[in-house]
Design a binder for this molecule. Structure first.
Ligand code: B12
Ligand code: SF4
Length: 478
């Protein structure tokens, strides 16, 4: 039996906010390990014992303070994280990684190595999957795992030779040994439900503050938008779907096990919603389907929604979708089945830019989809971006007009950052942008630090950002 701690590194805390939700990637790896008799726990180093969240614009205004954490590797916050990990006495530590987390993982893993060199350290998740060379950059990490971690991590902790485990990158003297991506898990229904109990370092009261209502029903996305990391992370043609029955079972499980707990915390997590009570999202009493496009298969989604209604689940939920994967029947069923928010990536109001970013969707598709939701009475958040390569003032003006026209219930406005691993990232490097020289921790959008478009005039950009006066919210919650 191996003792394993799976860590979600600090991120929002460094921006003066926090995120208390259960991180599904490591929760799946933990439950799989536990089902095989190991002792795997989750440690969310981003957790904070308070219920105030800062607004989206405040998060990004705090970017300078955020940078300071990375300049001081001995900051108390890193020491606190390391102490919590050491206190667990793990044999194995596994970090989940978005690109923005890599420097934090480097700082933490080096300190762990110094304090106890016997602990084996592994990195998995999005960045580890996208960056085959990550072990060359993280000197204290022993193994990196590409794509799904359940099988590869259990093979590692069970002592199989890393050189022969699919998905594992290891070191041999001075070179790396690759084993390609982990084999795709074809039957995701067969996986145990994600871990929702073993939270390291939290008191019983604090455990009630972890939002365990996140559900993943699809692994992957069949589209190819060139600013998005999903196609490279999951591989478009390998998208896997859970059965409707297993999703309903998980919803029922969450409701019965966790929604009746005595809550000692104001669960209204949306920071900017006081004026519209009906739109407040409450942690731990709203299911969040984290799938890239929950509605991607029309017949499948209709079946799921009908089952939610027939089983009288009466649970609130939110999801991500595309406007071209909605129809009247789906929207009506969504409303009846308890949907309180659909997150829609409109990105731009310019059809020219939609083509350039290979969105495979038009503004007319978007108008149609937004109207279907409105007619059915399902609230939606509109996600927009500015600063695409080649975008002109005229394109951005079209975005501003379009954003107003569609009358979303909430808006999330970003300045584009080409994420590591996206087609756009490599195209920009080919064009001479030195994105590969930027610190990892800059790789999240909205700050403008990774802006690649210098032809948009400051006035129009300001006008776009002033849409902030519309109902903008903290990213992630709506
Ligand atoms: C939900 C979500 C969030 C939530 C996370 C909430 C939470 N507590 O989990 C919120 C809203 C907070 C969020 C925030 C951000 N997100 Co986000 N998010 C997602 C989303 C939609 C789903 C993630 C998920 O749960 N997947 C389901 C699980 C099962 O999959 P998984 O995490 O990949 O885990 C599997 C493997 O990767 C692997 N694995 C994962 N971790 C580990 C660890 C070990 C040790 C091992 C062995 C294996 C392993 O095994 C898992 C099971 O097979 C993805 C897109 C997507 N579909 O993946 C984007 C995505 C991960 N996010 C992204 C980004 C950019 C961000 C932000 C930077 C955005 C921002 N500006 O704020 C922040 C960063 C937050 C941070 N902590 O650093 C990008 C990452 C791109 C990149 N190169 O880093 C993605 C891919 C979106 C995209 N399409 O481009 N996000
Ligand atoms: S932006 Fe959405 S639709 Fe496009 S590839 Fe990414 S997840 Fe799929």
């Amino acid at each position: 039996m191996a003792k394993v701690l799976l860590v979600n590194p600090p991120f929002y805390r460094l921006l003066n906010s926090h995120y208390n939700a259960n991180s599904l990637g490591i929760a799946y790896v933990a439950s799989y390990l536990n089902s095989r008799g190991h002792d795997a726990w989750l440690y969310n180093a981003d957790f904070l014992n308070r219920n105030s969240y800062v607004k989206q614009n405040e998060i990004f205004e705090g970017f300078d303070n955020y940078k300071k954490f990375f300049e001081n590797e001995d900051h108390d916050l890193w020491e606190e994280t390391v102490d919590k990990i050491i206190e667990f006495k793990p044999e194995w530590v596994g970090y989940t990684s978005y690109t923005a987390n890599i420097t934090a993982i480097d700082i933490i893993s080096k300190k762990i190595r110094q304090k106890d060199p016997t602990i084996k350290q592994v990195i998995g998740g999005v960045h580890a999957t996208l960056d085959h060379e990550i072990l060359n950059k993280l000197s204290s990490i022993d193994y990196s795992i590409q794509r799904e971690g359940e099988h590869a991590m259990s093979a590692l902790v069970e002592g199989r030779d890393p050189k022969n485990i699919s998905g594992v990158v290891s070191r041999d003297e001075n070179k790396l040994i690759y084993n390609f991506d982990a084999d795709v898990i074809k039957n995701i229904d067969s996986l145990p439900l994600p871990e929702r109990e073993k939270f390291w370092g939290l008191s019983e009261d604090e455990k009630l503050m972890v939002d365990v209502s996140y559900i993943c029903s699809i692994r992957g996305c069949p589209y190819r938008c060139n600013y998005c990391a999903s196609p490279a992370h999951w591989k478009r043609n390998k998208t896997q779907y859970r059965s409707p029955q297993s999703i309903i079972d998980e919803m029922q499980h969450v409701k019965e096990q966790y929604w009746n707990m005595k809550k000692k915390y104001d669960f209204s997590a949306s920071a900017n919603t006081k004026s519209k009570n009906e739109l407040i999202i409450e942690d731990n009493s709203t299911i969040y389907f984290v799938d890239d496009i929950f509605t991607v298969h029309k017949e499948r989604i209709k079946q799921i929604l009908q089952m939610m209604i027939d089983k009288k689940l009466e649970m609130k939920w939110k999801c991500e979708a595309r406007t071209d994967h909605l129809d009247e029947e789906i929207c009506q069923l969504m409303k009846k089945a308890g949907c309180i928010r659909v997150k829609l990536g409109f990105e731009t109001g310019s059809d020219r830019i939609l083509k350039i970013i290979e969105k495979d969707e038009t503004t007319d598709d978007m108008r149609r989809g937004a109207k279907l939701l409105k007619d059915a009475g399902v609230p939606f958040t509109g996600y927009f971006m500015a600063g695409f390569p080649g975008e002109t003032d005229e394109d951005l003006r079209q975005t501003i007009d379009f954003a107003k026209e569609i009358e979303a219930d909430y808006y999330s406005l970003s300045i584009l950052a080409p994420y590591y691993g996206t087609k756009m990232y490599y195209d920009m490097i080919d064009e001479g942008f030195e994105l590969d020289k930027k610190p990892w921790e800059y790789f999240f959008h909205q700050t403008g630090d990774l802006m690649v478009n210098h032809q948009i005039s400051p006035e129009v950009l300001k006008e776009y950002l002033s849409l902030n006066n519309l109902n903008t919210v903290r990213k992630g919650y709506v």
